[in-house]
Design a protein around this ligand. Structure first.
Ligand code: ADP
Ligand code: F6P
Length: 319
């Protein structure tokens, strides 16, 4: 392939810029022209295409967000939208597309592939909700942001002998709550995959207090409840002094961690290498520390399994 495109789509994630930089620089190194498509599939339908140069990706590896910006585009879910997308890519002389995004964005890439246009997906979402890969871009940074918040909240909770509910992102997938909860020493972790009853949550906090703990942290994934409601409920049942914090979109921004820069860079280069060989219809991932690729249809069909071993371990070591 001599000319390839790259876009970011869906929720942004720290590390997307590192991936764009790698795609552009490696693509040019390999003798290709690289076109950046702004605002995801919305920009594709509006022909928002910009030729990328080595210097157009300078000074971005350390930045959160995405310089190509991102969008959600309903029209691209329709057959007409997808046809128009393929047509626009072909008219611009683009022979392959790299899509950096989550499961929704991958459905778009799959649709392009099914229409005969080679597309390669790079997993970019803080949620870590894609089954085929151990980790997605942005997850590590988001967890570190949550950890920083938990550490600060813990200081004041301990001083006042209080319990705090910390609500984190994750509508269907509790991985942010699980990993940040485990590493932040949360006494209770509540995730959508394994909803705990209010009785169990109160029991765990009471036992923890009886064991001599001065404070309690409950990490709650947004898909498993609401921090303020849960705080009121626990307070009325236990009489503990409870506070709550909803971390919200601060989890999506910020300078990417070393791990997310590494993932963005390695996956970006890997994706270009696939297109260089003329291979499309693949998604790139990491498994057991090795970057790999798999069929887009097969990968998108996989169902994510919640890590109960980690979840149970977190409860034991937080006692
Ligand atoms: P994410 O990629 O982070 O999961 P979304 O689910 O919002 O984010 O999807 C991003 C975009 O991907 C959507 O706005 C739409 O343009 C495209 N998309 C989502 N689902 C499909 C689908 N089934 N077919 C084609 N395109 C899709
Ligand atoms: O998919 C990433 C994510 O940040 C989720 O964790 C969250 O539920 C959602 O996006 C929020 O989306 P937005 O505020 O952009 O609509």
């Amino acid at each position: 392939m001599k000319k390839i495109g790259v876009l970011t789509s869906g929720g942004d994630a720290p590390g997307m810029n590192a991936a764009i930089r790698a795609v552009v620089r490696y693509g040019i190194f390999a003798g290709m022209e690289v076109v950046g498509i702004e605002r995801g599939y919305a920009g594709l339908l509006e022909n928002k295409m910009i030729p990328m140069s080595m210097r157009s990706v300078s000074d971005i590896i350390q930045r959160g967000g995405t310089i190509l910006r991102t969008a959600r585009c309903l029209e691209f879910k329709t057959p007409e939208g997808q046809e128009k997308g393929v047509e626009n890519l072909r008219k611009a002389g683009i022979e392959g597309l790299i899509v950096i995004g989550g499961d929704g964005s991958f459905m778009g890439a799959k649709a392009l592939s099914e229409r005969g246009f080679p597309a390669v997906g790079i997993p970019g979402t803080i949620d870590n909700d894609l089954a085929y890969t151990d980790f997605t871009l942005g997850f590590d940074t988001a967890c570190n942001t949550v950890l920083d918040a938990i550490n600060k909240i813990r200081d004041t909770m301990t001083s006042h002998e209080r319990v705090s509910i910390v609500e984190v992102m994750g509508r269907k997938c509790g991985d942010i709550a699980l990993y940040a909860g485990l590493c932040g020493g949360a006494e209770v972790i509540v995730v959508p995959e394994h909803k705990l009853s209010i009785e169990t949550i109160c029991e765990r906090l009471t036992e923890s207090k009886e064991r001599g703990k001065l404070s309690g942290i409950v990490v709650l994934a947004e898909g498993a409840g609401n921090a303020n409601d849960l705080a009121k409920e626990i307070e009325s049942r236990t009489g503990f002094s409870i506070r709550s914090s909803v971390l919200g979109h601060l989890q999506r921004g910020g300078s990417p961690s070393m791990k997310d820069r590494y993932l963005g860079t390695s996956m970006g280069v890997y994706a270009v290498k696939l297109l260089e060989k003329g291979v499309g219809n693949r998604i790139v991932g990491i498994h057991k520390n090795k970057i790999f690729d798999m069929d887009i249809v097969e990968g998108c069909a996989m169902k994510k399994q919640f890590d109960y071993e980690l979840y149970n371990m977190a409860a034991i070591v937080a006692r």
